[in-house]
Write a protein that binds this ligand. Structure first.
Ligand code: DON
Length: 578
């Protein structure tokens, strides 16, 4: 992995040498890269989960596109090179901050189809939850939001023609790309489920195992992208592509209709904001994501503790963070759902006094217990199949986007003829009060299924200002762990003085109220720390290979950018700047 980083650094430094001579606005900062920093560049930075998508984004910036142009190009590129998560058939969120300090958020989360109903996954005879149906196959799919989201971003912010932004993705779909070892592993792992829910012998099904270096051609997806290029959102939500989706639904018992597709509309929202350590303003995603509220609750609660003094990943710090996480996630289960359907008490949840009172029961020398509801099983925590990317351009426009299909390859149904996977977003609703979803999260009425409603999310694309100026752009996949991973990245930089790359690489821990457990990355806690946490009353621990997969950018003191890609597990994530 270090070798990969050095190659990327050399590549980036080479790019820094060859600035276009006709562009007089490029910054000329002398870049003194320090040890343990990620990729450093003066004029723009793109960090995504795939090298091809990152390169496409960087090319757009160098051609004079802004961060939003690059974001649209990257999103379509990820839909091709990251079929398990990248997505036309899913949805996501954007948080942005323009160079002149305007902030906003776009909610292009999927919506429940009109035929969906509250108890649709409850077996009418024995009243049990049919969880598998909300995870695998056609019924799990909700109306996709990504294409409408990109359309709205393009109309509001982009400088370059849409056709130029989607073309690189079309080229990769048609000309093919080589898959990585990690891609091959995920393709092989999903074979049985692919065969179970797809009638056609779709391109991802193979008799021999997929291998590192195999080439994937996606001609059907290329044609779908061509239709979007020609017709914009109508190339997806109407006409031929819509018909492919409807036919697919009919063949497998799904419920998305022509009207659901035509009616889909992404929503501009006011981001959640909150102050950390006086100088830092956190800007993150409001409901339908729970992310922004929980993150700000945790950071505001953290203001009462000196993590720098307490030390990174010491028993004292892990204990306090766990207690803060436990309380914030309890609020998630009770109060949070789609703002357009449920009256989320946002102001109350972010009120300083409310947070102080709520955390007053935290004791330095004793863990509290999460006992109220039956504990959920956190059995899919290792599946990292959402994707995040962060982009900053030379003017300082910043874009933070996280999108998902939920599970890897979503519901595993590839829309026949159209070449993309559909999400399994039904599982992010509360299927029955207290019944845990794949991330072990419980919920109630606020997040019950209703036609047209958006399911509650943990995705938290985030931007931070320091003294009113752009400071950090970050986000990660990881289901319920997303919020805590972002929380720790922020604390790592602001309190523990880490570089962005060190913060991303640092081991993380996670707690979410129910189940009452601390999940840690392997090797996070030495035996002494573990013993001390047990003495404090934390009884249940679980080790996982990785928590989150952060793609982040930090604005350095000299105004240049540090891009930090998370390659702890896969080796594909890439930061490039110029
Ligand atoms: O919206 C959510 O919170 C989930 N659908 C995110 C899923 C995810 O991050 C899966 N990858 N680990």
């Amino acid at each position: 992995m270090n070798k990969l980083k050095s190659i990327l650094l050399l590549f980036t430094l080479a790019l820094c040498q060859c600035k276009e001579s006709n562009d007089t606005q490029l910054k000329t900062v002398s870049l003194n890269k320090q040890e343990n920093e990620g990729v450093v560049a003066a004029n723009g930075m793109v960090v995504t989960a795939h090298p091809i998508a990152t390169k496409i984004g960087l090319d757009v910036l160098k051609k004079g596109g802004n961060a939003f142009d690059a974001a649209v190009a990257v999103k379509y590129a990820l839909a091709v090179v990251l079929p398990k998560a990248g997505n036309l058939g899913g949805g996501g969120y954007m948080v942005y901050r323009t160079a002149d300090g305007k902030k906003g958020a776009l909610d292009f989360r999927e919506t429940a189809p009109a035929l969906a109903s509250r108890d649709m996954f409850i077996d009418s005879i024995n009243k049990t939850v049919m969880n598998d149906k909300a995870l695998l196959g056609h019924l799990a799919a909700c109306t996709p939001g990504t294409v409408d989201g990109m359309d709205k971003i393009h109309k509001k912010f982009c400088a370059l023609p849409f056709k130029d932004l989607i073309q690189p993705a079309i080229d990769v779909a048609n000309q093919g790309f080589s898959i990585s070892e990690y891609d091959a592993w995920t393709f092989n792992r999903a074979q049985k489920e692919f065969k179970e829910v797809n009638d056609s012998l779709m391109i991802f099904i193979k008799n021999q195992p997929w291998e590192n270096g195999d080439t994937i051609y996606q001609k059907d997806l290329g044609k779908t992208l061509e239709r979007i290029k020609e017709l914009g959102r109508d190339g997806f939500y109407k006409g031929e592509t819509a018909q492919y989706i409807i036919d697919e639904m009919k063949s497998g018992g799904g419920i998305i209709t022509k009207e659901d597709l035509e009616n889909y509309s992404a929503v501009w929202r006011k981001p959640i904001e909150g102050v950390y350590r006086d100088s830092f303003n956190i800007i993150s995603m409001p409901p339908s994501s729970s992310g922004g509220i929980i993150l700000v609750q945790q950071l505001k609660g953290s203001n009462a503790y000196d993590f720098k003094e307490m030390g990174h990943n010491t028993p004292e710090t892990v204990h306090i963070m766990t207690e803060l996480q436990r309380r914030a996630f309890a609020d998630r289960a009770e109060h949070m759902g789609d703002l357009d359907f449920h009256d989320v008490p946002v102001e109350m949840l972010l009120d300083d006094e409310y947070i102080t009172n709520r955390n007053a029961s935290i004791q330095l020398d004793k863990a509290s217990l999460s006992t109220d509801i039956k504990a959920g099983k956190v059995d899919k925590i290792e599946s990292l199949e959402t994707t995040h990317f962060s982009i900053v351009d030379k003017d300082g426009n910043a874009v933070s986007i996280t999108t998902t299909l939920v599970g890897y390859f979503g519901c595993k149904v590839l829309v026949d003829g159209a070449g993309f996977f559909l999400n399994n977003e039904m599982n992010n609703f509360s299927l029955k009060p207290g019944f845990p979803n794949i991330f072990g999260l419980v919920g109630g009425d606020a997040n019950a299924i209703e036609p047209g409603k958006r399911m509650l999310s943990s995705m938290s694309p985030t931007i931070i200002e320091k003294n009113g100026e752009l400071f950090m752009v970050l986000g990660t996949p990881g289901g319920s762990t997303i919020i805590n991973v972002i929380y720790q990245n922020i604390v790592n930089v602001i309190d523990h003085g880490m570089t962005m790359q060190e913060a991303v690489d640092a081991k993380k821990h996670h707690s979410q109220w129910l189940p009452d457990m601390i999940v840690v990355e392997e090797g996070t806690l030495d035996s002494l720390t573990l013993d001390k946490l047990k003495k404090l009353g934390h009884t249940s621990f679980r080790e996982v290979e990785q928590l989150g997969r952060t793609e982040a950018i930090l604005v350095r003191e000299d105004g240049s950018y540090e891009g930090a890609a998370d390659n702890k597990r896969t080796g594909d994530a890439t930061a490039l700047g110029y």
